[in-house]
Write a protein that binds this ligand. Structure first.
Ligand code: SDX
Length: 427
């Protein structure tokens, strides 16, 4: 146990316990700080703040380590499946064969959505961004599943978790079908979770759809790479929404909204658009110069991370998967060469080295998704589909945490002090 943290402020000497985890930085427990000092701590963006205790995911940003319930992402993405990782994140252990089969059977049986939910899509323009549709339709699930919104009932929490994991592929595929003007396909539960999603997305009623095993494996691996990531912005959003007792469907819809931002999950769409805009390796220096220019808001999308100050281990796996998928599909996408060259030039530039900016999970993913046939507007939808597993695991952990209470940060107020109202005719 580390000695207490000592802080002298004004005429007070205060001490706070230091809490130690199983691995990673210790934390200073400052819950009594305001009561004892009359002051708040100040940490915009929560760069030095632990919002909760968790057992789900551990990241060592300096070493580029990512563990899910202790298992390295490199091993899970190579050996496991998205359904197995979903079980691991939710329950804390890898399933035995019976547990695995039961879980897959349960998820499979929840893949259909209420037929009335299909009516929601009709309200959107055909060119609506699919993430706008996801925010609306997932939030609307609250209106259909009143039998699984009592968050104090563990059984209802697990049903809602299963429903969310199972229905996200169906809802996402429907968003794509609506955009391209093709009919919705119902789930085919003889297929795998990822194969079912591929068929609902790219299949048509007019002919049978054969799932390409290379694509199925690559997409399943991409889902694993996006499943969870500690207390990132969208997971923190889900936890904060859940801390008020909001139902899980509303909380996940809040997470989807947050993930959409280009600084977060929206970066995969922005990164491919950027690589396409660059177009040729000869144009890379111009963009690197812009990224370094303080007066230019442009940033290299898919580069940098709040936690990783080393290579994002997911990006390593993603780059390897690009080679596999492009090779298997016989796709020669010049954008991949641009991405590889951009990475090489950026990582040899002092600006990126000093600021420890490396490719993150979003830098290469779009190249694979594009090769599979997804439009860029669907990239963040796929991120949300996969991250739903992490969101519901973190949401359950928060609800079960005896120390959790409604999240309610304070502020440093720099606005006007009290003043009297002036009637309009006196102003
Ligand atoms: C995800 O949190 C997670 O875990 C997220 C995620 C997950 O799985 O949930 O990993 C998924 O969101 C990955 C990140 C995707 N976003 C992008 O690729 C967008 C581009 N990257 C950034 O905008 C930025 O790097 C962030 C948002 C990811 C991190 O920002 P921070 O931690 O707040 O760092 P910062 O903005 O303060 O940047 C530090 C410095 C700044 O320079 P100075 O002001 O110190 O001089 O680095 C510079 C920034 O200008 N910088 C970049 C840059 N990213 C940071 N400069 C050029 N290009 C970039 N991409």
């Amino acid at each position: 146990m580390t000695d207490n943290a000592k802080l002298s402020i004004g005429d007070k000497s205060l001490e706070y316990p230091v809490l130690k985890g199983t691995v990673g930085p210790e934390v200073v427990d400052i819950r009594k700080f305001y009561g004892q000092s009359g002051r708040f701590t100040y940490d915009p963006g929560f760069t030095s703040t632990a919002s909760c205790e968790s057992k789900i995911t551990y990241i060592d940003g300096d070493q580029g380590v990512l563990l899910h319930r202790g298992y390295p992402i490199e091993q899970l993405s190579e050996e496991s499946s998205f359904m197995e990782v979903a079980y691991l994140l939710l329950h804390g252990e890898l399933p035995n064969p019976d547990q695995h089969d039961d879980f897959v059977r349960t998820i499979t049986r929840h893949t259909m959505v209420h037929e009335q939910l299909a009516m929601f899509y009709r309200g959107f323009r055909r060119d609506a961004h699919p993430m706008a549709i996801m925010c609306g339709v997932v939030g609307a699930l609250s209106a259909f599943y009143h039998d699984s919104t009592d968050i104090d009932d563990p059984a209802q929490r697990m049903i809602a978790s299963h429903r969310l994991i199972a229905k996200m592929p169906t809802i996402a595929a429907m968003a794509y079908k609506y955009a391209v003007g093709q009919p919705f396909l119902h789930p085919d539960n003889s297929l795998s979770y990822t194969g079912n999603f591929l068929r609902m997305t790219f299949g048509v009623p007019a002919e049978p759809y054969e799932v390409n095993p290379v694509v199925e494996k690559a997409l399943d691996r991409i889902f694993i790479l996006h499943a969870d990531h500690e207390q990132n912005a969208s997971t923190s959003t889900v936890r904060l929404a859940g801390s008020s007792g909001a139902n899980p469907f509303a909380c996940i819809a809040a997470g989807i909204a947050c993930l959409w931002g280009p600084a977060h999950g929206g970066a995969n769409e922005a990164a491919l658009n950027m690589l396409r805009e660059i177009g040729r390796p000869e144009r890379i220096p111009e963009y690197i110069a812009r990224a370094k220019d303080k007066n230019d808001p442009f940033r290299l999308m898919g580069f940098g991370h709040r936690v990783y100050k080393n290579y994002d281990p997911r990006a390593t796996v993603m780059q390897k998967t690009v080679r596999e998928v492009l090779g298997a599909l016989g796709v020669d996408d010049p954008v991949f060469e641009v991405a590889l060259r951009l990475e090489e030039l950026a990582l040899s530039d002092d600006y990126f080295a000093e600021k420890k900016l490396f490719p993150n999970v979003d830098f290469y993913s779009g190249i694979i998704l594009s090769a599979i046939g997804f439009p860029t507007t669907m990239f963040t939808v796929l991120f949300a589909l996969a991250r739903t597993v992490g969101w519901v695991a973190q949401w359950n952990e928060m609800i079960e945490d005896p120390e959790q209470k409604i999240g309610r940060p304070r502020q440093l107020y720099t606005g006007a002090t009290a003043r009297d109202y002036i009637p309009l005719d006196k102003r």
